[in-house]
Write a protein that binds this ligand. Structure first.
Ligand SMILES: Nc1ncnc2c1ncn2[C@@H]1O[C@H](COP(=O)(O)OP(=O)(O)OP(=O)(O)O)[C@@H](O)[C@H]1O
Ligand SMILES: [Mg+2]
Length: 593
């Protein structure tokens, strides 16, 4: 049988998206796993050491390579997957450029060992017992030998970027690179349930999922039973475009888009249109600034999507993005319409009313908020002060909040007070949140603020990537107001918390913290400038004061605390905590003037 690999003519290779294919260890693993999938493997195993910087090994039980092919595979534009220009329009394999192996070999030392699957060996007349081994270093061919090998292909990549020290320097710490690998393998495994996967990081097995018939089982293997139980099936088709998968129950709301997994024709793709369509499907159910959880597979006729626009194939271009938007939005709406209202087993459970409220809280960064009652605009980043700044400053010296006389509580939500100039209405939830925010910020600035020991420490089981990140950032989390002790593996114990977090859902807070931290380039060295959004989220959890009847003493002490935090140098980007209706305004309303 002829060699399966050929070098693409310039007419095709010149049309292939050029650029950096290999950015970090996870990109090497992505390319190698995709090759294994294209070779019809049913079991793929990945090893990585030191975040993949020292060693990466991917083995598969795919069709294998002939000795000639093994050498040719490392030539640029050498591919078995396309032949003609038209093939570019109808790609149904992950690979098509013949770029990946040469790009990897250029910046590392690579050993490929491969033995043909027996049916292919029989057809080619190859000695079925021996395999081929080829080695490259920094792009240079080092030699070819015959070796005993098992069926399939094993590729080992060591010393990544050894010959490009600048790029090596840009790699993150082992833990962070390890997390990228974990997330990548998770995504690839989620879209290939019929293939078994195993991932070992530094000798420790962190993913092990057998071939599955049922996608839900695969999702549960990787993302945990608990959240999987809260996923609603999605399946919708229009004009040959189809979206399947799951969307999270509306109360499963996240602080970042990290729990949104999307694929286009089985490729891991992060696409703005997909995320926006998904959010539009949730509509009002989604609090502002929150993201749902979703696992969505979009299938588009090959000619309707261009997968050749990004060097690492992480983006695509849709011919009909309007249809994609409609499809995903409608699919999610239909999926959600089947939602059975039920409270989440852990974390915060939100009623539609809560969600609406959370929306207001999360509007903290919104610039379009207008303080309609008084017509005064609210600028984010400043304390909302519908009263004139001057007056406020003057009164503050004497203690504005201290000067208020509590009149009573309205609907368990607002505190009504008499001020020097008229009536002040305080939103008790916003006030409480504001206080928590400032106290948490104080705790941070004191570096070792006091925490309250929990009477019964709370045990948490996290996902592998969350657990790794948490182990890395324990001192940061301590400074943020939670003392967490690692118990080994993915288990942790919450021992003590800032008093403003008592009675909150610790797991939900930690997940929010971890989500926020994972967005930072150096999560373990959180800088003050990045603190705001994290603490704002935490304060949100701790503040459960709305719809609670407060007695006069409690209202008084809330005012007292507001007074204290007003002096704090930390300025929450909050929605209005209070506003004032002056006597003049009242007189105008009653036409007394
Ligand atoms: N694990 C594997 N099993 C069998 N054949 C493989 C394997 N990995 C690579 N090959 C062969 O080597 C060729 C080159 O691989 P490479 O990844 O460089 O290019 P590609 O997959 O064709 O395109 P792309 O650059 O888009 O990934 C492939 O076309 C395939 O024929
Ligand atoms: Mg490839």
């Amino acid at each position: 049988m002829a060699n399966k690999i050929q070098i693409l003519p310039v007419s095709i290779s010149s049309r292939i998206a050029a650029g950096e294919v290999i950015e970090r260890p996870a990109s090497v693993i992505k390319e190698l796993m995709e090759n294994s999938l294209d070779a019809q493997a049913t079991q793929i195993e990945v090893w990585a050491e030191a975040g993949g910087k020292e060693l990466i090994r991917v083995t598969d039980n795919g069709e294998g390579l002939l000795p000639d092919e093994a050498v040719l595979a490392f030539e640029r534009y050498a591919t078995s997957k396309i032949r003609e220009e038209e093939d570019l329009e109808r790609i149904d394999t992950f690979g098509f450029r013949g770029e990946a192996l040469p790009s990897i070999a250029q910046v590392s030392r690579v050993t490929l060992t491969s033995r043909l699957r027996s049916e292919r060996a029989n057809r080619t007349g190859e000695n079925p017992d021996l395999g081929v081994r080829v080695q490259f270093s920094g792009g240079e061919f080092q030699g070819e030998t015959r070796v005993p090998a098992t069926e399939g292909t094993e590729i080992t990549v060591t010393d990544l970027f050894f010959n490009t020290p600048v790029r090596r320097k840009f790699l993150r710490g082992d833990e962070t690179e390890g997390r990228h690998i974990y997330q990548l393998v998770t995504k690839v495994a989620l879209s290939n349930p019929e293939v078994g996967f195993r991932l070992c990081l530094d000798g420790k097995e962190v993913i092990q999922t057998p071939a599955r018939k049922d996608l839900r089982e695969r999702v549960a293997d990787l993302l945990g039973e608990k959240e999987t139980a809260r996923l609603l099936p999605v399946d919708y088709e229009v004009s040959g475009y189809r979206v399947t998968g799951f969307c999270g129950a509306p109360d499963l709301q996240k602080s970042s888009s990290q729990s949104i997994y999307t694929w286009v024709n089985r490729r891991v793709i992060t696409d703005r249109i997909l995320i926006r369509s998904l959010a539009d499907g949730y509509g009002m159910m989604l609090a502002k600034g929150k993201y749902p959880m979703a696992i969505l597979y979009l299938q588009v006729p090959p000619g309707e999507v261009d997968v050749n626009i990004h060097p690492a194939k992480l983006e695509v271009r849709f011919r009909n993005s309007g249809l994609v938007h409609h499809l995903v939005k409608r699919a999610v709406e239909l999926g959600l319409s089947r939602a059975i209202p039920e409270t989440a087993p852990t974390g915060i459970s939100l009623s539609p009313e809560d969600v609406q409220k959370a929306g207001r809280v999360a509007a903290m960064n919104s610039t379009d908020f207008n303080f309609r009652e008084t017509g005064l605009p609210f600028t984010p980043g400043s304390v909302p002060r519908p009263v004139s700044q001057d007056l406020f400053q003057r009164e503050k010296r004497g203690g504005f909040f201290n000067s208020l006389k509590v009149l009573g509580q309205l609907k368990g939500t607002y505190i009504l007070c008499q001020s020097e100039r008229g009536l002040v209405i305080i939103d008790q939830h916003a006030a409480h949140e504001r206080i928590s925010f400032s106290r948490l910020a104080e705790n941070w600035s004191r570096a070792a603020g006091e925490l309250e020991e929990l009477l019964i420490p709370v045990n948490l089981e996290l996902r592998y990537d969350q657990a790794r990140l948490l182990s890395q950032v324990l001192p940061v989390v301590r400074r943020l107001g939670m003392e967490v002790e690692p118990l080994g593996g993915n288990s942790f114990l919450v021992r003590a918390v800032n008093r403003y977090l008592l009675s909150a859902g610790y797991e939900a807070i930690l997940q929010d913290i971890l989500e926020e931290l994972s967005l930072l380039p150096n999560p373990d060295t959180l800088v003050e400038g990045k603190l705001g959004p994290i603490i704002a989220r935490m304060a949100c959890h701790g503040s459960v004061q709305a719809h609670r009847v407060l007695d006069r003493e409690e209202m008084q002490s809330l005012l007292q605390e507001l007074e204290e935090v007003e002096q704090s140098p930390f300025c929450p980007h909050g929605r209005p905590v209070f506003f004032e209706i002056t006597e003049d305004e009242l007189e105008k309303r009653f036409r007394r003037t």
